[in-house]
Unconditional design. Structure first.
Length: 127
Protein backbone atom coordinates (compact mmCIF):
# COMPACT_ATOMS: atom_id res chain seq x y z
CA UNK A 1 0.00 0.00 0.00
CA UNK A 2 3.06 2.24 0.02
CA UNK A 3 2.23 3.68 -3.40
CA UNK A 4 -1.12 4.88 -2.12
CA UNK A 5 -0.40 5.55 1.54
CA UNK A 6 3.01 6.57 2.81
CA UNK A 7 2.44 6.54 6.56
CA UNK A 8 0.92 3.61 8.46
CA UNK A 9 -0.39 6.05 11.09
CA UNK A 10 -2.20 8.19 8.54
CA UNK A 11 -5.47 9.94 9.28
CA UNK A 12 -8.77 8.24 8.44
CA UNK A 13 -9.23 10.74 5.61
CA UNK A 14 -5.87 9.75 4.11
CA UNK A 15 -6.78 6.07 4.38
CA UNK A 16 -10.11 6.77 2.64
CA UNK A 17 -8.31 8.57 -0.20
CA UNK A 18 -5.81 5.73 -0.56
CA UNK A 19 -8.61 3.16 -0.55
CA UNK A 20 -10.50 5.13 -3.19
CA UNK A 21 -7.41 5.40 -5.38
CA UNK A 22 -6.77 1.69 -5.08
CA UNK A 23 -10.37 0.83 -5.93
CA UNK A 24 -10.25 3.13 -8.97
CA UNK A 25 -7.04 1.42 -10.08
CA UNK A 26 -8.60 -2.02 -9.67
CA UNK A 27 -11.69 -0.95 -11.59
CA UNK A 28 -9.60 0.45 -14.45
CA UNK A 29 -7.41 -2.66 -14.43
CA UNK A 30 -10.54 -4.71 -15.08
CA UNK A 31 -11.58 -2.25 -17.83
CA UNK A 32 -14.82 -1.29 -16.06
CA UNK A 33 -16.45 2.12 -16.27
CA UNK A 34 -17.83 3.75 -13.15
CA UNK A 35 -21.32 3.34 -14.65
CA UNK A 36 -20.82 -0.38 -15.24
CA UNK A 37 -19.41 -0.91 -11.73
CA UNK A 38 -22.32 1.04 -10.26
CA UNK A 39 -24.85 -1.03 -12.21
CA UNK A 40 -23.23 -4.33 -11.17
CA UNK A 41 -22.92 -3.24 -7.53
CA UNK A 42 -26.46 -1.88 -7.33
CA UNK A 43 -25.15 1.56 -6.43
CA UNK A 44 -25.35 4.98 -8.01
CA UNK A 45 -22.58 6.39 -10.18
CA UNK A 46 -22.24 9.29 -7.72
CA UNK A 47 -21.62 6.78 -4.90
CA UNK A 48 -18.83 5.16 -6.94
CA UNK A 49 -17.33 8.59 -7.68
CA UNK A 50 -17.43 9.50 -3.96
CA UNK A 51 -15.89 6.15 -3.02
CA UNK A 52 -13.05 6.53 -5.52
CA UNK A 53 -12.48 10.15 -4.46
CA UNK A 54 -12.03 9.04 -0.85
CA UNK A 55 -15.20 10.72 0.32
CA UNK A 56 -17.75 9.27 2.72
CA UNK A 57 -19.95 6.48 1.40
CA UNK A 58 -21.72 3.64 3.09
CA UNK A 59 -20.02 0.43 4.14
CA UNK A 60 -22.72 -1.32 2.13
CA UNK A 61 -21.53 0.42 -1.06
CA UNK A 62 -17.93 -0.55 -0.32
CA UNK A 63 -18.92 -4.19 0.24
CA UNK A 64 -20.95 -4.29 -2.98
CA UNK A 65 -18.06 -2.82 -4.98
CA UNK A 66 -15.62 -5.30 -3.45
CA UNK A 67 -17.98 -8.14 -4.38
CA UNK A 68 -18.13 -6.99 -8.01
CA UNK A 69 -14.33 -6.76 -8.09
CA UNK A 70 -14.09 -10.26 -6.59
CA UNK A 71 -12.47 -9.00 -3.41
CA UNK A 72 -15.27 -9.37 -0.88
CA UNK A 73 -13.62 -12.29 0.92
CA UNK A 74 -10.34 -10.43 1.30
CA UNK A 75 -11.76 -7.77 3.60
CA UNK A 76 -12.43 -10.24 6.41
CA UNK A 77 -9.04 -11.85 5.78
CA UNK A 78 -7.38 -8.55 6.66
CA UNK A 79 -8.80 -8.68 10.21
CA UNK A 80 -7.58 -11.20 12.79
CA UNK A 81 -10.03 -13.91 13.80
CA UNK A 82 -11.13 -13.14 17.38
CA UNK A 83 -11.89 -16.83 17.99
CA UNK A 84 -8.20 -17.74 17.70
CA UNK A 85 -6.81 -16.65 21.08
CA UNK A 86 -5.33 -19.74 22.72
CA UNK A 87 -3.52 -17.90 25.52
CA UNK A 88 -6.66 -16.09 26.58
CA UNK A 89 -8.70 -19.30 26.48
CA UNK A 90 -6.21 -21.00 28.79
CA UNK A 91 -6.32 -17.99 31.10
CA UNK A 92 -10.13 -18.20 31.25
CA UNK A 93 -10.33 -21.96 31.66
CA UNK A 94 -11.44 -22.64 28.08
CA UNK A 95 -14.37 -20.23 28.22
CA UNK A 96 -15.02 -17.50 25.65
CA UNK A 97 -14.85 -13.87 26.74
CA UNK A 98 -18.36 -12.41 26.73
CA UNK A 99 -17.71 -8.81 27.80
CA UNK A 100 -14.89 -6.32 28.05
CA UNK A 101 -13.62 -5.01 31.36
CA UNK A 102 -11.97 -1.68 32.06
CA UNK A 103 -8.27 -2.34 32.56
CA UNK A 104 -7.73 0.63 34.86
CA UNK A 105 -8.95 0.66 38.44
CA UNK A 106 -11.79 3.11 38.99
CA UNK A 107 -10.61 5.77 41.45
CA UNK A 108 -12.63 6.23 44.61
CA UNK A 109 -14.70 9.38 44.75
CA UNK A 110 -13.95 9.73 48.48
CA UNK A 111 -12.47 7.80 51.37
CA UNK A 112 -15.66 8.27 53.42
CA UNK A 113 -17.51 5.13 54.55
CA UNK A 114 -20.79 4.50 56.38
CA UNK A 115 -20.45 5.00 60.12
CA UNK A 116 -17.46 7.27 59.60
CA UNK A 117 -18.21 10.83 60.69
CA UNK A 118 -14.88 12.08 59.45
CA UNK A 119 -13.20 12.89 62.81
CA UNK A 120 -12.38 9.30 63.71
CA UNK A 121 -14.48 9.43 66.90
CA UNK A 122 -17.47 7.17 66.18
CA UNK A 123 -18.15 6.53 69.92
CA UNK A 124 -19.37 10.11 70.59
CA UNK A 125 -22.55 9.74 68.51
CA UNK A 126 -24.49 8.50 71.52
CA UNK A 127 -25.05 5.04 70.12
Amino acid sequence: MSRYLENATASPEAVQRALGARLAGLRLGRNLTQAHLAREAGASVSSIKRLEAGENTSVNTLLRVLAVLGLDGRLLDSLPDPAVRPVERVRHGGRERRRARDTQATPKATDWAWGDDGDGDAEETGA
